[in-house]
Each structure stands twice: as C-alpha cells, then as structure tokens.
Design a protein around this ligand. Sequence first.
Ligand code: AMP
Length: 142
Amino acid sequence: MSNYDPNNIFAKILRGELPAHKVYEDDKTFAFLDIMPRASGHTLVIPKIAARTILDVAPDDLGHLFKTTQRIARAAMTVFAADGLTIQQFNEPAGGQVVFHVHIHVIPRKNGVSLKPPASVKEDPAVLSAQALKLAAALKDA
Ligand code: AMP
C-alpha cells in the first residue's frame, strides 16, 4: 500500500522490533493487549499484511480478521467474566484512527461500567502479562 508507513507501531510489533502482550497468532492475524485499555482485557486484532485501513484489506482477509476477532471475543467473555463486548474499528484521523495499521478493538464490558477515555491510563505491564497468559490459555482450548 502506497500510504502504508512500515514504521508504524503495530508494524514494528509484527516484526518483533517492539514488545507486545501477545494473546493469539496464526498465519494471517495477530492479537495483543492494548497497553492503555479502555476496560480490562481490551485486545487489538490485526492482519499481518501491510494495510492502513479497512479499505486496504481484501474481502477474504477481512473475513479471516473477523473470524479471529470472534475467537478473541469468545475467550474474552469467559476470561474477564464479561456481560458484553464493544467491538470498534477506526479509519483515518477523521474516523478516530491513531495507529495506521488496520486494527479491531475487542473490549469486554461489565454492566454499568463505562469505558475509560481512549489512551488515558497506561496499564501495569505485570497486569497485562498475567491477562495475556490467561487469554492465550483460553484461546488454546477454544
Ligand atoms: P486507534 O488507532 O484510535 O484505533 O487506537 C490505537 C490503539 O492502540 C489505542 O487504543 C492505544 O492505546 C493502542 N496502543 C498504542 N500503542 C500501543 C502499543 N505499543 N501496544 C499496544 N497498544 C497500543
């Protein structure tokens, strides 16, 4: 993609140049915890291809991305004893996108608990590590 910056944060995570709390990976997708979660268990699901927004992903790959998203969503419901889920996806600055590698947010929700504002609180890495292990274990059994 001509408008894809190969040095965006998620591209660096995919190349192993930056750390991530990985919860799942297959040949086409990668999922990891958001370091500034809007709720406990906030996970990001990304395709491995270089794609800036949803418009840059072929329909079959989009299908697979959503398949992975559903897997993560199922595991997150169980691991975080969630009452529901918020799934978000932003495109371009006008759409609220901040990191320019397409990604889907999976956010477990509890009845009556509001989302924290975006990028407001950095979670303790030890908490994220423990959560990632639990999610990864649940996904293995799924
Ligand atoms: P957006 O582009 O608005 O859909 O959101 C980008 C998301 O990436 C935000 O929720 C950030 O908290 C999250 N984020 C930014 N840097 C990292 C990182 N290094 N690892 C995990 N999540 C990140």
